[in-house]
Design a protein around this ligand. Structure first.
Ligand code: PPE
Length: 312
């Protein structure tokens, strides 16, 4: 993944050239990870680019900041316009969008004191997170020796910069052992999530996923997958999952904005089900891509078109 040639970045209210979008090295967020971010995708549709579940992502952005005691000083309307203006300025058809807000330069010391709140948004082309082959054939996952931090240690439902150190340890360790992604257990040995994805398992035609109690980020793609699968006629249940649920599953997949819907074909060298993308995963994945690409009217309300003339 590189940043392509995206020319513009939105910073504190205006578009600035990519190379000029800098912040000072004394920023609190750099030293302590005191920031929050989002990952959003914009997809190509027959009516031009459309951002997937933009308002839900921005709502989570505000909610994550609130957990850490700061207020993002722009309204939902302003950030919505910022995202669509930025995509248009960069002339992108499909892209990944990364809003970030953090404690800026003012003072150091763990308490952020009166550090100013900075906000920036990037947008650039980002293909399949776990490879296009991964989307089709599935990926190889390992159980991480690193545990997902418990929600009593840091709020797992917030998407905060410093929290990702836990994911970084897990993904580096998994890559070093030749796997595509890490799966983290929670402190009670239940399945939590991937370094950047939520988990689903399928057994006897029923789809299962875990929930906030299992120390996960409440993924917006997770929510979309649940809704889409139900609309396609599948039963979906949320409950805590054990390692045995995954080992014995017929199929499994990860969800995330970056990862989209990625099948899991192997866990620590053991095939999951047939060891390839299973039929339920393929059906949910294909319905998901129809929804994000504007080909399914049932989910039209999830798309924010850059072309304002296209009714949602
Ligand atoms: N759990 C974690 C830990 C996570 O980081 C993500 C998204 C999810 C679940 C799924 O959330 P959602 O995107 O709302 O469905 N991870 C983002 C960052 C990935 C990155 O490498 O950076 C993403 O997918 O954009």
């Amino acid at each position: 993944m590189s940043f392509g040639n995206a020319a513009w970045i939105w910073r504190n209210g205006s578009l600035v050239p990519w190379a000029e979008a800098t912040f000072h090295v004394s920023a609190h967020g750099l030293h302590y990870g005191s920031g929050v971010f989002e990952g959003i995708r914009c997809y190509e549709t027959a009516n031009g680019p459309a951002v997937f579940r933009l308002s839900e992502h921005l709502e989570r952005f505000y909610a994550s900041a609130e957990v850490y005691g700061f207020k993002i000083p722009y309204t939902l309307g302003e950030l919505t316009a910022a995202v669509t203006d930025l995509i248009a300025a960069n002339e992108l058809e499909s892209c990944y969008i990364r809003p970030i807000s953090f404690m800026g330069s003012g003072s150091l010391g763990v308490h952020p004191g009166k550090c100013p709140v900075e906000v920036a948004i990037m947008a650039w082309p980002w293909g399949a997170y776990l490879g296009s082959e991964g989307l089709e054939k599935g990926i190889r996952v390992t159980v991480s020796p690193w545990r997902k931090f418990h929600s009593s240690m840091m709020p797992t439902t917030a998407k905060a910069c410093g929290q990702y150190l836990n994911s970084i340890l897990a993904v580096q360790e998994a890559f070093a052992r030749g796997y595509d992604e890490a799966l983290l257990l929670d402190k009670d040995d239940r399945l939590a999530e991937g370094s950047g994805e939520n988990l689903f398992v399928i057994k006897d035609g029923v789809i299962y996923t875990n929930k906030a109690d299992d120390s996960i980020l409440m993924g917006i793609t997770r929510d979309a997958a649940i809704e889409i699968a139900r609309a396609e006629g599948y039963a979906v249940e949320s409950r805590s999952l054990e390692l045995s649920d995954l080992v014995e599953a017929d199929e499994a997949f990860f969800t995330g904005t970056a990862a989209e819907i990625t099948p899991i074909r192997e866990l620590d060298g053991q095939p999951i089900g047939s060891g390839s993308r299973g039929p339920v995963t393929a059906a949910v994945q294909s319905a998901f891509f129809n929804a994000v690409n504007g080909r399914d009217d049932r989910f039209a309300h999830w798309l924010t078109y850059l072309n304002k003339a296209v009714a949602a």
